[in-house]
Design a protein around this ligand. Structure first.
Ligand code: NAD
Ligand code: 6OD
Length: 483
């Protein structure tokens, strides 16, 4: 059986200890991966440290930019391989990964190469008592060895979103993808070698968070940690980063609200809400799990969303007509189903779904759940307060703007929100009051990569994207020259 290996110092390395790669579409083992030992993690960090002090950190920016362009081109040249690997690992439809995950995975290298190339330094002239003055200017230096820890929902996209800027800024990285999705990160090692990225600049260690992830974040030669995943793991990462006073960037969980006013364009609101609830089988950190709909259009909205959910085609990721794949794993399926049960126990009206779909043939063994909509729960019920990360939402009716803003913000999370209205004044007024890192008006998942991305409250710490990424991935020094 095929073995997915760690990538350390430019070479694929097997630890001798294997774990299964499972296709969530069927539940079948399709490959095995090599679980990194503590020594592998130490070797990867040490290779990254050596590479930092070798050619990469000192390379001329234009040369580094050229290499990162080659990495992007390398992903595009092997587009179908990345597509197949990502869809096998996650079960997501090819149609989705073809338009989002793989092109964005490649683009992240070009965009951040351009960002660092075009970044300007600040300069300040200051007066001095002797009248000659002084010149202050800033210089950006690589921060060092960066640990990149990723989740399983958009593995290539979210990993390159961090590796792209980290490398562009001259850092070296050790990446630990989620143990559920190793394929594209490991494949990227081949592209790095082909593009001429020096050995040790990009390293990959595979395995469970509690062992391999923990060995990585506690290694004292790691200079900063960038993490995307759950708030619970984020707490641990922040704790580990505190030892050694290391910087960390945390992109964490959410319980995102969507607000639909009666003055919205109903068709657009339904189309956007369908995507924000069901895309990627609901496993998008920015997705909506709490919908608030103005009472006068509540019944119509619920009916239309129900029709949309029931029209979704669950099926083979390769089939171009498939809209929704399975959840990532049997474990996650059990978690989501426990919320489906809890909703009923707490008195929800199940508008649609709530169970396991009948899937044909070998797909019957996969991690499938039905797209699900509930109404009728109180704001303090479990499925309205806790992140589920599945294809489901609860819909609550509201009567006025002030009430819905209060309900939408009544959460410890603050990642994203969406507002549907054709009233321009209301759009600005409500969006400005949303306690979230991003608020969409009449859209969802529209992303300009130069904008700040991150969460408020327990959805994260720090911002990445465009020049905000440079703030995290570089150490700024001020040079003051007496004239
Ligand atoms: P997770 O926190 O379980 O795992 C994320 C990563 O952390 C994995 O690689 C895992 O192996 C690793 N990890 C786990 N325990 C660790 C430890 N003790 N030390 C070091 N590493 C450890 O999250 P997940 O289940 O992979 O992803 C789903 C979660 O991620 C959801 O909560 C979702 O909202 C969140 N997410 C957030 C964003 C964002 O941008 N804010 C994006 C995607 C996903
Ligand atoms: O688009 C992005 O850059 C981004 N960070 C998306 C996050 C999606 C979360 O699941």
């Amino acid at each position: 059986m095929r073995e997915i290996k760690n990538f350390i110092n430019g070479e694929f390395v097997s630890s001798g200890k294997l774990d299964d790669v499972v296709d969530p579409t069927t539940g079948k083992v399709v490959a095995q991966y090599s679980v990194a030992s503590d020594q592998d993690v130490a070797d990867a960090v040490s290779a990254a440290d050596d590479a930092l002090n070798g050619s990469w950190g000192k390379m001329d920016i234009q040369e580094r930019v050229n290499i990162l362009y080659k990495v992007a081109d390398g992903i595009n040249a092997r587009f179908d391989e990345f597509l197949e690997a990502e869809c096998l690992d996650t079960g997501k439809p090819y149609s989705l990964a073809r338009h989002i995950d793989i092109p964005r995975g490649a683009a992240n290298f070009k965009i951040f190469a351009d960002t660092i190339k075009n970044a300007a330094d600040e300069a300040f002239h200051m007066p001095t008592p002797d009248g000659t003055g002084a010149l202050n200017y800033t210089v950006r230096k690589p921060k060092g060895v960066i640990a990149v820890i990723g989740p399983w929902n958009l593995p290539l996209l979210l990993m390159t979103w961090k590796v792209g800027p980290a490398l562009a800024c001259g850092n070296t990285v050790v990446v630990k993808p989620s143990e559920d999705t190793n394929l594209t990160t490991s494949l990227l090692g081949e592209v790095m070698n082909d593009a001429g990225v020096p050995a040790g600049v990009f390293n990959v260690v595979l395995g469970p968070g509690a062992q391999v992830g923990n060995a990585l974040i506690t290694n004292p030669s790691v200079d900063a940690i960038t993490f995307t995943g759950s708030t619970e793991t984020g707490h641990r990462i922040a704790g580990a980063a505190a030892i050694g006073v290391r910087d960390c960037s945390l992109e964490l969980g959410g319980k995102n609200p969507g607000i639909v006013f009666a003055d919205c364009d109903m068709d657009k609101a339904i189309e956007g809400t369908m995507r924000s609830v069901f895309a990627n089988c609901g496993q998008v950190c920015l997705g909506t799990e709490r919908m608030y709909v103005e009472r006068s259009i509540f019944d119509e909205f619920v009916q239309k969303l129900k029709e949309g959910a029931e029209a979704l085609k669950l099926g083979d990721p390769k089939d171009p007509t498939t809209n929704m794949g399975p959840l990532i794993s049997a474990n996650h399926k059990e978690k989501v189903l426990s919320f489906y049960k809890k909703a009923v126990d707490e008195g929800a009206t199940v508008v649609t779904g709530g169970g396991i779909p009948d899937m044909p043939g070998e797909m019957n063994g996969g991690s499938w759940v039905q797209p699900t909509i509930w109404t009728g729960l109180s704001e303090d019920s479990t499925v309205v307060t806790e992140e589920i990360f599945g294809p489901c939402c609860h819909i609550t009716a509201f009567d006025d703007e002030e009430e819905v803003i209060r309900m939408a913000n009544d959460t410890p999370y603050g990642l994203a929100s969406a507002v549907w209205t054709d009233n321009v004044s209301r759009a600005h007024r409500v969006a400005a009051q949303m306690e979230s890192g991003i608020c969409w008006v009449n859209s969802w998942f529209l992303r300009d990569l130069r904008t700040p991305f991150g969460g408020a409250k327990q959805s994260g710490v720090g911002r990445e994207g465009g020049h905000y990424s440079l703030e995290f991935y570089t150490e700024l020094s001020n040079i003051c020259i007496k004239l």
